[in-house]
Design a binder for this molecule. Sequence first.
Ligand code: ADP
Length: 261
Amino acid sequence: QPITTDMATLTQEIEKFAKDKKLEIETLTVREEYRKEFLGNISHELKTPLFTVQGYILTLLDGAMDDEKLREKYLERANKGVERLIYIVQDLDMITKLEVGDLSLNIDTFDIVEVVEGVFDLLEMKSAKKKITLTFDMLYSNPILVKADKDRIRQVLSNLVVNSIKYGRFKGTTEISIENLIKNKVIVRVTDNGEGIAKANIPRLFERFYRVDKSGSRKEGGSGLGLSIVKHIIEAHDERIYVESELSVGSEFSFTLEKAK
Ligand code: ADP
């Protein structure tokens, strides 16, 4: 067979190939679209903090450096911007690994109660700033042993609690409860009485970079990747995640875990 060189023949061949293997070509096109959108989102997310940091540096170079107070203030803000960039890159790294299936789980038996307490300890300062009370409603015996990847589950809980604080109301509450389910499962619920989410937005929540209120969420920091990381981790465990929410009332994110015998 001659090697195809002219465009017309090549196009014909591709079309024929596409017709024969319709599904595969469609999948490829969707993937390509997905990839483009992903890259577009990344550059958009990185641009905001990068320009912010550049703004502070330019102001410093422009003379603010000579004023001791301003110098400290702008350096601190520039550092905050860099911190934000680091968080975004870490989240991107995590999501890429999760999506390529490159993140192997380290399944172990551990006490989920202890992990919840650890997450609450770490986020105490953050919640205190908004006077949000963190409560843990333990309905069953202590400890509660589960079989999962402890570090990843800690991240899931941390992302959910951070969100409940970010989108929580001043003087609100975040409650975690753990309940037995049938078939050796427990369900962990993270409930807040914050701003809630409108029904129409719920189906898209776990998408990468999706945010209900673009400007509002951005002010609160984060990368728009938190919930998609959560979903990936839970699904990698073959477990389920649910969300129930009502605008102005609050939200509840819950996920299942396997109990250790
Ligand atoms: P980020 O918080 O960085 O924007 P996430 O993926 O963690 O990204 O969350 C996606 C969006 O879902 C948020 O921007 C917010 O609009 C909404 N959301 C998440 N958790 C809550 C919550 N507890 N209450 C209200 N809205 C929430």
